[in-house]
Each structure stands twice: as C-alpha cells, then as structure tokens.
Design a protein. Sequence first.
Length: 391
Amino acid sequence: MLAYRFRMDRLMPISFSDPKDRDEKEPRARELSKIAGLLRIALTVTLILLAVWLMKDVLAVVFASALMAVVLHGLARMVRRHVTFIPYQAAVALVTVVILLAVAGLAWSSGPAIGDQFIRLKQALVQQSGDLKSHLSGSTLGQLVLDHLPTAVGGNDATSGSLGSLGSGLAGSVTGILSSAFGVLGTLAVILIAGLYFALSPAIYIDGFLRLFPTQHRGSARTLLMAAGTTLWAWTAGQALDMLVVGILSGIGLSLIGVPLALALGVVAGLCNFIPYIGAIMGAVPAVLLGLSMGTKEALFVAILYSVIQFFEGNVLAPLIQRRAVHMPPAVAILSQTVFSSILGIPGLILASPITAALLAMGDKATAPLEDEDQTKRDVGEIFEDEARKE
C-alpha cells in the first residue's frame, strides 16, 4: 500500500498553493514567455545584422558568386533542353568555355580599340571635370554648388559619406572602376571561379545550407531558395537584354551626334544600366561631360539622346522584359539601392536590385496572396468601382 502511494505521488505531483494563486500566475507566466520569445527574436536579428555588417565585403562576393552560378546554371539547363544526352556538369563546362572563347574573341578583335578608348575616356573626363570645376569656381552660384558636392566628384564637401548620396555613386561608377582596374579584376576572378564551382555542384551547397535549419523547416527553406534562384535567373536574363539594347542605342546615337569615344561611352551606358534607374544617370554623366567639351548644343543633344533612350527603355523595353522576368516597383528598387549601398558600399549599389528581387520572390512565396487584390486600389482611389468591374 505504501509503495503504491509512493508511485502515485511521483506520477501526480502535489501542489500546496491555493488554486486561485495558480490561476493568477499562469497568465503571467504566458506573458513572460512571450516577452522572452520576442527578446530571443530581437537578439537573433541583431546578431544577424552585426554579422552582415562585419562580413559585408565577403557577403557581397558570396552573393555575386551565387549570381554567377545562377547564370551558368540557367544557361546549362537551356543547353540540356536541346541536347538531352549531355550530362549537367558537361553542359556547365561547355557554357563556360563558350563564354570564355567569346570574351577572348572580343578582346582579340576589339580589345585594343576599346582599351584605347577607355584610356582616352578617363583622360578626357579628368580634364573636363577640372575645366568644369574651374568654371564653377568663377561664380557665386557655382561655388555654392561645389561646397555642397562631395570631394569624390570634385566638390569641396569632405564630410559626405562614401555612398550616402547619389553623387558618391556616380563617382564610384566612373572614376572608381577606371582607376582601380586591378582590384576589380582580382575580385572578378574570385567571383568567376567560386561561381563556377557553385554551378558545377549546386545540390551540395544547397543541401549544406539547408542543414542549418531544423528538420521541420527544411522543406519550406528549400522552396524559398528555389524561388529565389528562379527569380535571379529571370532578372539576370532580362537585365542582360536591357543592357545590350541600351548600350547599342547609346553608341549609335553618340556616333551620329559626333561625340568622340562613342564605343566606350556605349559600353559604359550598357554596364551602368545593370543598376536600374540610378544607373541611367551614371551612364549619362560621362557622355554629357564630353558633350560639354564640344559645346553646349552637343551636350544638349547628348542629354536629349539619353532621355529618349531611357524613355524607350522604361516604357517599352522594360515592360516587355518584365512580362517574362520579374517586376520590381520603382520605389522599392531605389530605396533598396540606398539601403544596400549604405551597408555594403559600391558592391551594395551594384547588387541591390538582384538581392531585392530574390527577397521579394521569397517573401511572395512565403506569404499568402490577398483575397481581393483590387480592394486597396479602391480604398486609396487608384481605381473606381466601375473600373474594377470592367477589369
């Protein structure tokens, strides 16, 4: 009997507190548990942000390598659709060899001319920037403008951040790339090699990343990663076509106007267009500066040319590409460039759009769609009730 009572006591612990006290303590314990959970989430987010800040340069290279891997992976899958008997690794190797041969052929045929034009472009920009600064220094309004421009673009304001403003981004795009070619080439080599290894065996790296998640969340994490990869491939393919068209139109238009170094300026315009919205201004600045060296009328023609090209790109070309690629709201794109450039510097400005596209794709996959997508449009007055019925 005593043994039976002892076992029952172990199975059913006895509490000597009043039932009313227990009822009052249980809600308090639940509240404390919620607060502890929020604190854990806040601490986790803080540690992640701190890690991103401390490893920002490495993370930029890692993401650029992943983006390169997505490009090679997408091209290899296109090859395998038409040549089904070729293994995946062989398709990646074939795509890589073809790209290297194309780059080598371009460098062999047009490399000296492009290199010479870029050297002359840098010299012309330096000279024209000095002449423009001297001209502005001769007037009160011009001196006021120089006092508020950062030193990176030839101004007198030494307190401006490296990428806290649009001016710094313009400087980084024009002078930074042209003056630090060896650093860019070294980083580019690391990105290409790492991206090739990522593309050759993507499953190994994806599975290794998924093992960082609890077992019950690995399926959702895999779905989000696949959505991000698909979006990055669509965004990169669309952006490459956009860059090619803008570069060709800019080079042809500048040659017709008679601006020197039209080939190099067209390449700069196409490369800068990798950065939506802000990149258009970055690509137009050197062309306008060279236009000013010829005269005010030529500079005006250059400005009109770039305005027409960007109008065509924004209203005709980009909508056609976005039907098959990915749509990114303009305000989100511009704000993402500001945020990521302040965190990662120049690489953040360049990679802001693909990072944002991947994050938007994962957010869209992780959240449920709205039941009535037109309700908000009606609430804010963007459309009326009769318009919604017609749609």
